[in-house]
Each structure stands twice: as structure tokens, then as C-alpha cells.
Design a protein around this ligand. Structure first.
Ligand code: GLY
Ligand code: MN
Length: 476
């Protein structure tokens, strides 16, 4: 916080309630300020924007929700700011169902509500939010949480109505009802809006392509910065930071915390501490995805040899993970149960780890659904999850629609097999210990088969080596 904030809060002003813990650093506004602050401002030109591209898609999604809940009043909250500490909050990120049904994404307002009011023919839908205060109120200069002096221009009701092609009203005019169904409070509504995202429309697919493109550029940035990472005692943070810069400059944020896991850290599936060194001779596993301004995210993993070349054992493990990913990709066909994608990858993992003598049983025994699973020690996670406005999209969908559901055109999901040999795993030869590999791509299902949206990011061991040589060569 700036020191200016310490000096301009107004005692006794209702609009300062959100900062009322700071009574020890308030200084009253002198009368001259109060007499003049609301005057001398130019008129704001209020030309209304044309509806944004997503508006028609969001309208179709709202129509589906309305048809599924006749006669019910529905409330989809955007969510509120979350406190990080004292009077600092985390950056606001709207609830995914709210963003999906409004098209209001990185630019949405905390505490907004999308409300479906039942009518004879369906629902009237209204977006309630706190409109910006005009300059005759004290809010705009004295409220550090919502005042424009502090956080910049806020939207007006008419502008948002035109932009999103939805009716708007001030948040103060919303009254909760006893029988409201509220997302995240009502199971049926929460499930419905989650399952509504299982199949993406063309707007969503274009946004996911954009998220993958930003992410691809972020991986190039990481490779360019690898020498700096090697030179720094917390090189994993350099890697995280390189990606963050790209995600923030070209998108909204990362869709999830970046995993920058070098050496044995690669065996920790969600290593986000990222405080380790990046050492030549090791592999570094980077699992990162940029979130576009629409909030759609990519989710890509690449595992890179820090010095640019895989050792024999690293290459053997890496090429097996590619083989598992290729098998999963081949299985990802329209009409096939989603779970079979995982099955295809695990088949390769079981056969190879048995071949290397790592399993106490045969591959066939390991693959027995009830009595096997010995190979899962080296890959405990699933191979695929739906991807979209959330990294683990459609999380409240029923199992029969998700894991046991059939693959359909328009679905987008990851394929991300891995092999992880912990540093202290006595079941594997010493040369395997401390090596972790994951390769993750984002797959769009079309009527003609699966399309790898991240195919432009080098993937095989030979491609990865050439990629590092190319990017680092052009950087010097
Ligand atoms: N990218 C992290 C995960 O899929 O869990
Ligand atoms: Mn993933």
C-alpha cells in the first residue's frame, strides 16, 4: 500500500467501513477538500460498446440453464475478494460458472450476481453488480477497495449491459429469496453448470487455442532463461518468473500455480514451492498454463534436459512416456469411454516397467483391475482431465458423464502420462532414481478424431533437444 492511503481516509464516513481497521493512520479531510472534490470533472462520454464476441455464446448457455430449471429462481455469484492478509486481498478471479454464463471474465466485478427470475415463458436474467459511484459521493475518493481514485475506473450498468447483451441492475436492488438455488450451495444447479462445460463451443475452442499459444511462447521464454536459472541458487523461481511474465503480459494470469520441478523435485506431482536449484545434467519438469483474458486456460507439461541433451537413461524413460502419450492419443476417439484413454497409457507404463524388471509381477498381473496396480507406484495420477475455464474443468460433473462418459466432439482434455522414480525408491536401479518425466498436451476432440492443440510445442526427445538448441542459439 502507498503511504498516501495512510493520509486520506475520512472518519465517520460510511464508505470507509472496508478500511475501518486503519483508524490509527487516519487523517480527516479538510473542509476545502470536501467542498471541491466533487466538482471540476469532465463529463464522461458514455458511448455504448457493441456486444463482445462471447455474448451470443453466453446467451445460449443461459438458455440451457433456464430450460433445465423451469420455475426456479437461480443465483450464480461471481464470488468476492479473498483476504490475503490484513487489508491486502488476492487478485479477484470470478467463479468459473459465473464467467461461463455471463462472458464477463478478467474484467468482472467482485460480488456480482447473475440472477434467473422465473417467468411464464422461462426466466428473466439480470446481472447485478455494484455500479461505479458518481463523484457526488465520497466512495470514489475515500474507499480503497472500490473507489475509482484507488482502483481505477469501474463499469457503469449501461455499458456492461451493452457489452454482455444482458440486463443489468445495481447490486443494492438485489433481494435474496428463501427458495433461491445458488451455485455452490445447490448440488443440482452446481452439477448442471459443470456438465454444461463438458462440450466446448467454437468461441471456447478459439480461446483455448489462444491460451495454448501464450503458453507456447512462455515455454520459449523459459528455455531462453535456463542459463540464468542454472546460475541462480533458486533457479526454479527464475523459471516460474519467466513464465509468469508471459502469462501476465499476454493473458490474464496462470490458470494454476506453475510447477517448476528440477531434478528429484520432478517426482513430486504438484511441486509448486519452486525454490530449488536447476542443475546441468538434471531434467526439469515444467507444468504451466497461461489463462487468457476470457479465463480459458492451457495446461502443458514439458520435461527438458537442463544442459540441452538427454542422457541414455533419461531418454529411455522420456521416450516411454511419449509412447504412453501416443497410445492415449490413439485411444481418444469419439464414442470411446473417457477412462480408456487412461487405460491405454497405463498399458504402456505397465509393459515397460515390467520389461525393465521393476515390477514384482508380470505386466498382465499388474494390469489386473482388482489385484494388480504395482506399476502405479511410478505414475499415481490419472492420464487425463477436462480442461477449459478451470484447469480441472467440469469438476462437479457426475462420474457417468466424466470418467465413465463417452468422448464427444467438442470435448477438450489433457493427455499427461508420466514416470516418476523417487530419489529413495529402492525398487528401481540407482540410475533411475531422482528422474521424473511428464509430457502433457491439450487435446480437442473433433468428428474427424483428436487434434493436439499443443502439437506446436516440441514433444519427442529429439524435438526437445533441437528446440533448446534453436531457442538458446538465437538468444545469444
Ligand atoms: N497441471 C496440473 C494438473 O493437471 O494437476
Ligand atoms: Mn493437467
Amino acid at each position: 500500500m502507498t503511504s498516501e492511503q495512510d493520509t486520506i481516509e475520512q472518519p465517520g464516513d460510511a464508505a470507509t467501513a472496508t478500511t475501518s481497521t486503519t483508524t490509527n493512520r487516519r487523517q480527516p479531510f479538510p473542509q476545502g477538500f470536501l467542498d471541491t472534490i466533487s466538482t471540476g470533472w469532465a463529463e464522461r462520454p458514455e458511448s455504448l460498446p457493441a456486444p463482445r464476441a462471447q455474448a451470443e455464446y453466453a446467451a445460449a448457455r443461459r438458455a440451457a440453464v433456464s430450460a433445465a430449471f423451469p420455475g426456479k429462481r437461480l443465483v450464480i455469484p461471481a464470488g468476492s475478494l479473498k483476504q490475503r492478509s490484513n487489508d491486502t486481498d488476492y487478485p479477484f478471479r470470478a467463479h468459473s460458472a459465473f464467467a461461463h454464463l455471463t462472458g464477463w471474465a478478467a474484467d468482472s466485478e467482485p460480488d456480482s450476481l447473475l440472477v434467473f427470475e422465473p417467468t411464464a415463458g422461462g426466466h428473466d436474467v439480470t446481472l447485478y453488480f455494484r455500479e461505479r459511484a458518481d463523484r457526488t459521493t465520497s466512495e470514489f475518493y475515500s474507499d480503497a477497495t472500490i473507489g475509482e481514485f484507488w482502483i481505477g475506473p469501474r463499469p457503469a450498468l449501461a455499458g456492461v449491459a451493452a457489452d454482455l447483451a444482458v440486463a443489468t441492475a445495481h447490486l443494492d436492488d438485489f433481494a435474496a429469496g428463501e427458495s433461491d438455488l445458488v451455485v455452490d450451495e445447490d448440488d443440482e444447479l452446481t452439477r448442471f453448470v459443470s456438465e454444461l462445460r463438458l462440450v466446448k463451443d467454437e468461441y471456447e475452442i478459439a480461446e483455448m487455442r489462444r491460451a495454448v499459444e501464450i503458453t507456447a511462447n512462455g515455454f520459449d521464454d523459459i528455455i531462453r532463461d535456463l542459463p540464468r536459472a542454472v546460475a541462480h541458487p533458486r533457479g526454479e523461481r527464475i523459471v516460474e518468473g519467466a513464465f509468469h511474465q508471459r502469462a501476465r503480459s499476454d493473458g490474464n494470469w496462470e490458470g494454476y500455480d506453475t510447477i517448476a520441478a528440477s531434478g528429484p523435485h520432478a517426482c513430486y506431482l504438484h511441486w509448486t514451492r519452486n525454490d530449488g536449484a536447476v542443475l546441468p545434467g538434471d531434467l526439469i519438469l515444467i507444468d504451466a498454463g497461461a489463462e487468457a483474458d476470457s479465463l480459458y486456460t492451457a495446461d502443458i507439461t514439458r520435461t527438458l534436459p537442463v544442459n540441452g541433451t538427454f542422457s541414455d537413461v533419461q531418454r529411455r524413460i522420456y521416450d516411454t512416456v511419449v509412447e504412453a502419450a501416443d497410445a492415449a492419443f490413439a485411444a481418444a476417439q469419439v464414442g470411446v469411454p473417457f477412462r480408456e484413454v487412461h487405460g491405454a497409457a497405463m498399458d504402456v507404463i505397465a509393459r515397460r516397467t515390467a520389461e525393465w524388471g521393476l515390477l514384482p509381477v508380470s505386466a498382465e498381473e499388474a494390469l489386473d483391475a482388482d489385484k494388480g496396480g504395482q506399476h502405479r507406484r511410478y505414475m499415481v495420477h490419472g492420464t487425463s482431465h477436462h480442461l477449459g475455464i478451470d484447469v480441472h474443468d467440469c469438476a462437479q460433473a457426475r462420474r457417468e458423464m466424466y470418467y465413465d462418459g463417452l468422448i464427444e466432439p467438442g470435448m477438450v482434455f489433457t493427455i499427461e502420462p508420466g514416470l516418476y522414480f523417487q530419489i529413495d525408491d529402492l525398487t528401481v536401479p540407482e540410475e533411475y532414481r531422482g528422474i521424473g518425466v511428464r509430457i502433457e498436451d491439450d487435446i480437442l476432440i473433433t468428428a474427424d478424431g483428436p487434434v493436439n492443440l499443443s502439437a506446436g510445442i516440441p514433444r519427442t526427445s529429439a524435438e526437445v533437444e533441437a528446440w533448446i538448441a534453436r531457442v538458446q542459439g538465437s538468444a545469444s
